[in-house]
Design a protein around this ligand. Sequence first.
Ligand code: ZN
Ligand code: ZN
Length: 392
Amino acid sequence: MPNLVLEKCKELSEQIIQWRRNIHSNPELGFQETETANLIVSVLTQLGLEVQTKIGRTGVTATFGNGKPCIALRADMDALPLVDGKKVSYASQNPGISHACGHDAHVAMLLGTATILKGFDKYFKTGTVKYIFQPFEEGQDDDGVGGADAMMKDGVLEGVDAIISQHVHSELKAGTFQIKPGYFSAAVDTFYAKIYGKGAHGAYPHNSVDPTFITAQVINTIQGIISRRIDPLEPAVISIGEISGGTAPNIIPEVIALSGTIRSLSSKVRKQLHEDLESAFQISQAFKGNYELKIIQGYPSINNDLDLVKLLQEVAKNIFPPEDILLGGLGMGAEDFAVYSESIPGAMFYLGTALTPPRVHHSPNFDIDDSVLYLGTAIMAETVLRYLNIQI
Ligand SMILES: [Zn+2]
Ligand SMILES: [Zn+2]
């Protein structure tokens, strides 16, 4: 049976590509996405939707339909502080900023979905779709507030029953769909620590409490947390990304500073990692030193809702050939979609958009095959219709 939604999305493909390239050439950093928001507002207003702006600072929302149930579709809008190294007509015109994660594509696909669903206007009886265009997914401001946090603070999920989002994946074959039930991204916390000792001349170590030596013991102990303390069947990562200390080869310093990232899936392991990290730093006291440890809570893990995953997989069968429907996608990266899916049922999936050769996310030559974006639009639109029980 021909899929009417898919056909309509295919017809809209050129427009989706144009939106994506337009946004790609004018990338904006987190909480500064004003031009992007203006474009979104103008498209949604032309569709006759009621639009709310400045939600979560620079975010935009709009609803379509009325009554229950309500399903939300979320796209992020922000770009990265990275030089665009590509030589293409749609390369970034804003020096030092580029859409190197594909959020431009997310916006374009969701504008496509809003357009397609508007076309099925007359079939909407009861039920609402809410479009969420979110700022700043890639980081947090100085107060630790990211885009999803800011939108939640403004009540973006009030009255919403479920939420769906997608991410383009530049290393997955173009035109593939990937999802799995349960965990889909990691919880990510950051730690900052200092190890204090007592400085001395490098020739007389017995007069010191050497913080470099103590740091070495602490690092070994941290590695032992993952290998000896955490259940081997539970994914967990602690990586130390920065170490600094000392001023000269022959001076034992007073203090060593280090920082790192802590990643886990379950809240139980997350808590254990924090406690065991504290214990690892306590080793410094056994060597007559001392320490300070600060752990900053980041995003939780995405835990894809089982029923929503089932629905998305059913929808995918109507859009993708069986060999292009993949099970998986879990990585130890973070996504602030988790902030929403922690409070209501949510699911995220990947749309494969690889070029040959693939261009990795967050790199200066990042790019995607945007000829398949209409598929992402289709899966979002079809999922809304099925969730709201709308027959077309
Ligand atoms: Zn990213
Ligand atoms: Zn991203």
